[in-house]
Ligand binder design. Structure first.
Ligand SMILES: Cc1cc2nc3c(=O)[nH]c(=O)nc-3n(C[C@H](O)[C@H](O)[C@H](O)COP(=O)(O)O)c2cc1C
Length: 280
């Protein structure tokens, strides 16, 4: 029965496709001889299906959105994403003072199957320890502004992260909004996010701090705000509820899952390890 249905559908699609090529050849009157359902297929074949969605008032041409990270590092890669058809891009997370962000190389740890089975090395897992953007804030602002001017129909979301300081949050929101971005994703989830500065995951794991900071953010922002959650917590619904109750339009799930990729048998430290510190 399923085969028969598929054959019938394919037959209808064939008919629709051949009619659509006539449509493209400027013979629209013939379209009216087709039933309505086939006319929809004709239009889809001629113009492409309509995948547009509206989320929190943001009209995306399609529901495919690139998460914050390397594909949102700079103008060139974000432009490339839009040229390839992505409906939205969430830029790499920015903070006011990028000079405090010092990335290391390499910043990926690999888990190899051979360590478990003794077979030929095969990578079966990755962990990243990349920090937020280490590019100057002003440069990122200029590039987000340029992208919005060149791609007004695409959704560009700025990812922001700051310290436990109301003035800093208000400043970053005001300056980023001036670029014309469509929404904010607030990074309450970066696991390498300078816990001594109570940023990122350290903030997203503390419901009372989260509540206060979301209150500051939502009192200031005039565009939609999504709170990006960390999975590294016993019950993710608790901070998610806090963020929503404090006025965020949405939550984004999830940021990086922390893990240990191996043990260095010389130092007996878990890997990856940077200057004696390990992400767990
Ligand atoms: C190299 C790398 C850099 C990332 N940088 C950011 C970032 O700056 N801000 C952010 O919110 N998430 C960042 N992420 C997290 C991703 O956006 C995503 O939430 C995470 O990788 C989990 O999704 P996945 O399982 O599809 O990889 C980064 C991830 C990777 C691998």
């Amino acid at each position: 029965m399923a085969g028969l249905t598929n054959t019938l559908r394919l037959g209808a699609l064939d008919q629709a496709l051949s009619a659509s090529s006539e449509l493209r050849n400027h013979a629209p009157r013939r379209d009216h001889r087709l039933p309505r359902s086939q006319r929809v297929m004709v239009r889809a074949a001629a113009e492409g299906p309509d995948l547009s969605v509206t989320v929190n008032g943001l009209k995306l041409p399609n529901p495919f959105v690139i998460g914050s990270g390397p594909p949102g590092t700079n103008y060139t890669v974000m432009k490339r994403a839009f040229d390839e058809g992505w409906g939205g891009v969430i830029a790499k997370t920015v903070s006011l003072d990028s000079s405090k962000v010092v990335n290391v190389t390499p910043r990926y740890a690999r888990l190899k199957a051979s360590a478990l089975s003794g077979k030929k090395p095969e990578v079966i897992g990755w962990e990243n320890i990349e920090l937020i953007s280490d590019r100057p804030f002003e440069t990122m602002l200029a590039e987000m502004k340029q992208l919005k001017e060149e791609y007004p129909d695409r959704i560009l979301i700025a990812s922001i992260m700051e310290e436990y300081n109301r003035d800093a949050w208000e400043e970053i929101i005001e300056r980023v909004e001036e670029t014309g971005v469509d929404a904010f994703e607030v990074n309450f989830s970066c696991p390498h996010g300078m816990p001594e500065r109570k940023m990122g995951m350290a903030m997203g794991q503390d419901c009372s701090v989260l509540d206060e900071v979301c209150g500051w953010i939502n009192a200031k922002a005039t565009i939609p705000v999504w709170a990006k959650m960390t999975p590294n917590i016993t019950d993710i619904t608790q901070p998610a509820r806090v963020a929503l109750n404090a006025g965020c339009e949405g939550v984004a799930a999830i940021n990086t899952i922390t893990s240990v990729m191996g043990i260095n048998l010389d130092t007996l430290r878990p890997e990856p390890c940077v200057e004696g510190y390990v992400l767990v």
